[in-house]
Design a protein. Structure first.
Length: 161
């Protein structure tokens, strides 16, 4: 039996949402920054617990406020991946409020968070700063190196089935 689920990547512009999707779907990475305008939709079939699951991945344009995202992009979402950039505090300074917004307005959707670009930072120091800010991130990944990318998409898949 094949099952399809819509997954939407949300977060500020330039956090690496497109790079994470490209790494997961095509196993490629490019240093060239291309702004996503509107939405880019890709899909990939994965296998979880003896089931085929097709992830319909919506890579939407970055917004500095989750409330400014077009509601039609978020409609029918089974899972959200909220992406931050650890090198830019403005991408996570309202993290807890934005996670609450997603969980309140899309209560049936599963939500995970990821800090991308961890190859550019001292991870231990960054994790300490998050603890001080009372921010809990699920995954620390790098689209550039591929670290944790497969795992985070498989996790959202497992949560949705």
């Amino acid at each position: 039996m094949n099952n399809s689920k819509k997954v939407v990547l949300v977060g500020h512009f330039g956090v690496g949402k497109s790079s994470l999707v490209r790494r997961f779907v095509q196993n490629t990475f490019s240093d060239n920054y291309i702004v996503t305008i509107g939405v880019h939709i890709l899909k990939k079939e994965i296998r979880i617990e003896e089931q085929n699951l097709t992830l319909i991945i919506w890579d939407i344009e970055g917004k500095d406020d989750i409330k400014k995202v077009r509601p039609s992009y978020l409609l029918g979402t089974s899972g959200f991946i909220y992406v931050i950039d650890p090198t830019r505090i403005q991408t996570y300074e309202h993290f807890n409020d934005e996670m609450l917004f997603l969980k309140t307005n899309y209560p049936t959707a599963k939500v995970i968070s990821v800090s991308n670009k961890t190859d550019l930072i001292n991870l231990e120091e960054f994790q300490e700063s998050l603890i001080q800010k009372q921010i809990s991130i699920d995954y620390f990944a790098s689209a550039k190196t591929g670290n944790e990318v497969e795992r985070l998409f498989h996790t959202i898949g497992m949560k949705m089935i």
